[in-house]
Design a protein around this ligand. Sequence first.
Ligand code: AHG
Ligand code: MN
Ligand code: MN
Length: 340
Amino acid sequence: MSQGKLITMDEFTIQETRKFPQATGELSALLRDLGLAGKIINKQVRKAGLVDILGKQGATNIQGEEQMKLDVYANETLINILKNSTECAGIASEENDIHVSYEDTFSANSKYVVLFDPLDGSSNIDVNAPIGTIFAIYRRVSELGKPCTEADFLQAGNRLMAAGYIIYGSSTMMVYATKVSVNGFTLEPSIGEFCLSHPNIRIPENGKIYSINQGNTIKYSEGMLSYLNFCMENNKEESRPYSHRYIGSMVADLHRTLIKGGIFIYPADKSSPKGKLRLQYECNPMTFIVEAAGGKGTTGYCNILDVTPTELHQRVPIFIGSKNMVNKVLEFVKEKEAVA
Ligand code: AHG
Ligand code: MN
Ligand code: MN
């Protein structure tokens, strides 16, 4: 096997930026800052199993540092790094009730805002399964030179400039999408850099894996039940076309879907008529990535990216993944009644 030269994420991002003469490099700098936050969170994630030895939340460890829950730690890390960055006017996080506007002069003149789910799949921490960080970058709509406003965070997904995730799995990867392409970078621990490992990711048009919490079946609509029956019916055949996989961490389930093809579903159900997952922190960034890779994401009645948010922590049903699998499930479900 030929030994190629490693390309770091920063090198790659700068090369890509140079293709657009009007680009200022601000978006590249923001992606670099998000990568830095990912590396710092990763360091803490890798110690998660030792928490009982080093001390639980609220306790003080042997070095005199206070231990924090990982999602609180991840949230604070992102907020602080982006505050010190020169490209971010403010953030909104799944962990905060309202947005945070950075009030210093530099930030007030920054043109981007970032929304994030600092730690996705947190119920998986205790069992050492993959977790992640999801981010979405918008150009602000409020006046430059002034603090950003809530309106900056209530933009539809079709206005996203970039989105990505960091997955803390058997290796740590950062995947980010611009309107042009999706690329994946694996953390090379010996140099502490994300290096290009998955250039120009394209999601297969067809897939064999459906990913849904089948434990909720009793609460699903008739349409959902008939789709699940369709998947299982097909398994009677010799070829066994479908397999079911569900990690319970959206980043991990969607990372697999992006690489291998398939569909990930979190539908509306009788106890959650609007679904569970959050539009701005989970569904929009993931749909932006999947679409840039050639796939599709829908609420069941419209493209996820066309939903105009009315509140920060809005939830939507989601059907996302390989184009043909998403089109197939749409033949069975109509979520319109649930969301309207
Ligand atoms: P978070 O850890 O950020 O709260 O997100 C958990 C989400 C998502 O990652 C996952 O797909 C889903 O919750 C799992 O929900 P169920 O346990 O209801 O299946
Ligand atoms: Mn989440
Ligand atoms: Mn979370």
